[in-house]
Design a protein around this ligand. Structure first.
Ligand SMILES: Cc1cc2nc3c(=O)[nH]c(=O)nc-3n(C[C@H](O)[C@H](O)[C@H](O)COP(=O)(O)OP(=O)(O)OC[C@H]3O[C@@H](n4cnc5c(N)ncnc54)[C@H](O)[C@@H]3O)c2cc1C
Length: 233
């Protein structure tokens, strides 16, 4: 899902979403946050149950200014959110390893979003169905038209939580290492090692009926992110 001009604006800045360290890398621009959320596939959802803090990796989908999370009604993280617990949802895109001359200055290039808030359980079947479709579309565009969508029973067996994309921040690091001037003459390789998330060719289930059409996303899964400049000069 692409960020759209009408979605422009700022995420709410609060005491906890104002970047303190490396403030210049931060952004509260919704279009920046939306682009990261749309490119990412994996969210880390952190909640506290009053004692223990758990961070659970999950799939997600953005629909306008809402993020949907889903899982088993027994899922501890979703249950806590359903019961009103505050959550922090983080989505990270790793763009490069940054190797400096000095151990101290090694880093990573990334685009990252952190969102805070409480979620709402989706009760309405039509919204649950739309959220289920959005979760599939986020994985592979066109998949919701191909898959058998959830039955009433399956919908009832799925806990879906809606999380407003409102209070949060984005943070982006780009560029090479920032070494000390006195280290620049050292004969130690320094630079960036770019990282791309590359999909392989789909591996078909052995028991597919003969003649099952192979969808394009199974063999040529499209690049999710901006095309990287491969110029090595
Ligand atoms: C892939 C990756 C690797 C990293 N590795 C390290 C590491 O090894 N060591 C390290 O110290 N830091 C690392 N960072 C940066 C780290 O995420 C924090 O931004 C940084 O440590 C500052 O933390 P803080 O608690 O002092 O942030 P503060 O500036 O105090 O955070 C205040 C608020 O700023 C926002 N914010 C902070 N960090 C982020 C973020 N990453 N994305 C979006 N919003 C943010 C949040 O709203 C947060 O509540 C890494 C980040 C990424 C994405």
């Amino acid at each position: 899902m692409q960020a759209r001009p009408e979605d422009a604006g700022e995420l709410s800045t609060t005491d906890r979403t104002g970047l303190r360290r490396r403030r210049e890398r931060g952004s509260h621009d919704r279009t920046v946050a939306q682009a990261i959320l749309d490119e990412g596939l994996l969210a880390h959802v952190g909640v506290n149950d009053g004692g223990t803090t758990v961070v659970t990796p999950m799939t997600y989908a953005r629909v306008d200014e809402q993020l949907y999370l889903h899982g088993s009604p027994a899922n501890r993280t979703l249950r806590l959110i359903a019961d009103g617990a505050e959550a922090c949802v983080t989505v990270t895109l790793l763009d490069a390893l940054v190797l400096a001359r000095a151990a101290f200055h090694h880093s990573m290039n990334y685009r990252c979003v952190m969102l805070y808030g409480t979620g709402t359980v989706v009760e309405d079947d039509a919204e649950k169905l739309a959220a289920s479709a959005a979760l599939l579309e986020h994985m592979a565009a066109g998949r919701s038209a191909d898959a058998r969508m959830p039955s009433q029973l399956e919908l009832r067996s799925t806990l879906i939580v809606r999380f407003a994309i409102d209070e949060g921040s984005a943070k982006v690091r780009t560029g090479g290492p920032v070494d000390e001037d006195e280290d620049l003459a050292l004969p130690i390789w320094a630079g960036q090692i770019p990282f791309d998330l590359v999909a392989g060719t789909g591996i078909a289930e052995p028991d597919l009926p003969d003649g099952t059409a192979v969808p394009p996303y199974a063999t040529r899964y499209p690049a999710r992110g901006p095309v990287r400049n491969t110029d090595t000069h």
